[in-house]
Design a protein around this ligand. Structure first.
Ligand SMILES: O=C(O)[C@H](O)[C@@H](O)[C@H](O)[C@H](O)CO
Length: 453
């Protein structure tokens, strides 16, 4: 059954991030990032690997642009590596670093593919992290300076910009639980990292606008939070989880305020002034959706000690449960296509007119099959049908980006989890389009019958 027709001009794309695909970590003046250091700490990466080479995109990017052209993607979301452009995070721009993205943007434009850069996808320059990273207010200003340097070079050809990717994951996994870089386990003392990232977004958005940019978004992770039962304890725990993972990173941007005064009071600096800069700073809203979360009151007998590959400490005031009766990806994630529609409906119900047009900036799944990836085809087919249904019920969604174009370095999982439409042989760098790549290529062709370009 072919996919239903999406609106004219709907943006079809795929997403990647610099640290996960580029490699070339020491090439042409790139400085180290917090993730380079993190991968060298024993036991941090499940398969003991690092991203020194990854998919070697830094040297093979022309091949990847050719794959994007063959796929028929109208857009490509990639991230710019801050330490490649500013090796110490501040000061002198590393021209060869910017030259790389300049050439990539040119090739994409030449291929008729819209470049959609993310300025920060987790690879904080190490010298800044050693000075406290996002726990430090100064990092927000450094980020804006970096954004300005990139826009100065690329804003003549790049229209749509993403400042931050998933500040929630950086805060909760990097500073709260320590499963991701920088590996700090501060629990609720990680909250300043949330505020400083959002402030960094506000300052960067202002710098981008000063460079003439008029289309700015943030890619936030979102997913429904389902309480295990209607008991007060379980609904309370689910509400707290929803507050920390969904609302904390949406409401400052969309409503110009934090969802909870007590929480806001824990944040350092002139928060009210900062919110003036953070609120109303978006032209569109990016949603990364993977799966819902089933949450209840802490109960060591029934709660999972791991969720999405992340260890859940027993001392947290909520427990995560496995969603029963669902297909699971190779990564053990529940396949819940209707969760995408529910996420879009919840955003609309909560934020109404304050919610600008949405782009689904990431949606995808990990499966081990090198080429015959029927699970991935079924995953995207089902999610796109739910997305279409969401459009029919009034969601203003303007595009959809598959995570990911290539198999790549899946953070603390290393190379064990493959999310790509294209298989990568990490020993040789060889790329092999999977069945899902061909399925999506044909589906995109069908969306653009002749004469409807
Ligand atoms: O959403 C994220 O966590 C990141 O943006 C990606 O970098 C991940 O690799 C992907 O989502 C799969 O987990």
């Amino acid at each position: 059954q072919p996919l239903p027709a999406f609106p004219d001009g709907f943006l079809w794309g795929t997403s990647t991030s610099a640290f996960q695909i580029e490699g070339g970590v020491g090439a042409d003046g790139r400085g180290p990032s917090v993730w380079d250091a993190f991968t060298r700490q024993p036991g941090r990466i499940k398969d003991g690997s690092d991203a020194a080479v990854a998919t070697d995109h830094y040297h093979r990017w022309r091949e990847d642009v050719a794959l994007l052209r063959e796929l028929g993607a109208g857009a490509y979301r990639f991230s710019v590596s801050w330490p490649r452009v500013l090796p110490t995070g501040t000061g002198e721009v590393n021209a060869p670093g910017l030259d790389f993205y300049d050439a990539l943007v040119d090739a994409l434009c030449e291929a008729g593919i819209e470049p959609v850069p993310t300025l920060f996808h987790w690879d904080t320059p190490l010298p800044l992290e050693e000075r406290g990273g996002w726990l430090e207010r100064d990092t927000a200003q450094r980020f804006a300076d970096y954004a300005d340097a990139v826009a100065a070079r690329l804003a003549d050809r790049v229209t749509r910009w993403i400042t931050l990717n998933e500040p929630a994951e950086v805060t909760l996994l990097g500073y709260g639980l320590g499963d991701h870089a920088p590996g700090k386990r501060l629990l609720f003392d990680a909250l300043p990292a949330a505020h400083h990232q959002l402030l960094g977004h506000g300052l960067a958005a202002r710098a981008l606008r000063a460079r003439g940019v008029r289309s700015i978004g943030v890619a936030n992770s979102h997913g429904p939070v389902w309480p295990v039962s209607s008991s007060e304890e379980d609904t309370g725990a689910a509400a707290l989880y929803d507050l920390l993972t969904n609302r904390l990173f949406a409401e400052p941007l969309l409503l110009g305020r934090y969802p909870d005064e007590g929480l806001a009071a824990m944040l350092p600096g002139p928060v009210a002034d900062d919110l003036g800069l953070i609120g109303d700073s978006l032209d569109w809203y990016g949603v990364n959706y993977y799966q819902p979360t089933l949450v209840g009151a802490p109960d060591p007998r029934t709660q999972a000690d791991e969720f999405a590959g992340i260890g859940i400490p027993a001392e947290l005031p909520f427990g995560i449960r496995e969603i029963p009766g669902r297909e699971r990806t190779g990564f053990g994630w529940a396949v819940v296509p209707e969760g995408l529609r529910e996420t879009l409906r919840t955003l609309r119900e909560r934020y109404g007119e304050r919610l600008p047009p949405v782009l689904v900036t990431e949606n995808g799944c990990a499966y081990p099959e090198p080429v015959a990836d029927a699970g991935r085809i079924a995953f995207h087919d089902a999610h796109l049908r739910e997305l279409h249904a969401a459009l029919e019920e009034g969601a203003d969604v303007r595009g959809y980006f598959v995570w990911s174009l290539l198999d790549n370095f899946e953070w603390a999982e290393g190379y064990e989890q493959r999310f790509g439409l294209v298989h990568v042989d990490y020993a040789t760098g060889e790329r092999t389009p999977k069945d899902s790549f061909r399925w999506l290529r044909d589906a995109l062709r069908a969306q653009r019958p002749p004469g409807r370009e």
